[in-house]
Design a protein around this ligand. Structure first.
Ligand code: SAM
Length: 163
């Protein structure tokens, strides 16, 4: 591990000299609109009674919403695009106590994917109105899935499902 220090790091934090190269292609399917214009205004985790937010899909992905209104809760994945990606150890409390990145839900991670369980309020064409997000306005949207407990697979059972 290369110990490199930048001025925005807290005591005890460690950073990896990780390559910036992209080795996987993620296509954004739309944009998330929230009332949170700065990171300080974002809650640490979204609240289901929080403000309405909008998942605005690109027109070419709008048809992929077919059937979505059958579900009250959705899992939303998004790209925390303003995050640094090189911290291995983090000190969330700024007190020198460090925790590994993978033991945190911090936005700072090698692949800054955010995951929130949201409540679907309504669909307006290519846009879903939801509650429960914690991300900045204009955060890129990666994926939407029905919440797994409410979802019954539509494909035929596999032997592996029976055990
Ligand atoms: N709920 C998600 C999860 O658990 O994977 C994200 C949790 S993360 C702690 C939420 C915080 O990330 C917000 O409070 C804000 O400080 C920060 N954040 C939100 N949107 C961001 C963005 N687009 N880029 C970087 N940081 C962001």
């Amino acid at each position: 591990m290369t110990v490199k220090k930048t001025s925005d790091m807290r005591d005890g934090e460690a950073v990896l000299d990780a390559p910036q190269a992209q080795d996987a292609f993620v296509q954004f399917i739309g944009t998330i609109r929230t009332p949170f214009t700065t990171r300080d205004l974002c809650p640490r985790q979204g609240k289901l009674e929080g403000p309405d937010c909008r998942l605005e899909l690109l027109p070419e992905w709008a048809a992929a919403l077919k059937g979505i209104t059958a579900f009250e809760y959705l899992d939303v994945l998004y790209w925390l695009h303003m995050s640094r990606r090189d911290l291995v150890l983090q000190s969330p409390k700024s007190n020198g106590t460090t925790t590994g990145t993978f033991a945190l839900r911090s936005p700072v991670r090698p692949n800054p994917i955010g995951l929130s369980r949201v409540r679907l309020i309504r669909q307006e064409g290519p846009t879903l109105i939801v509650k429960g997000l914690d991300c900045l306005d204009k955060t890129p949207l990666i994926d939407i899935k029905p919440e797994r407990c409410a979802f019954t697979p539509q494909a035929p059972h596999k032997d592996a499902d029976k055990a």
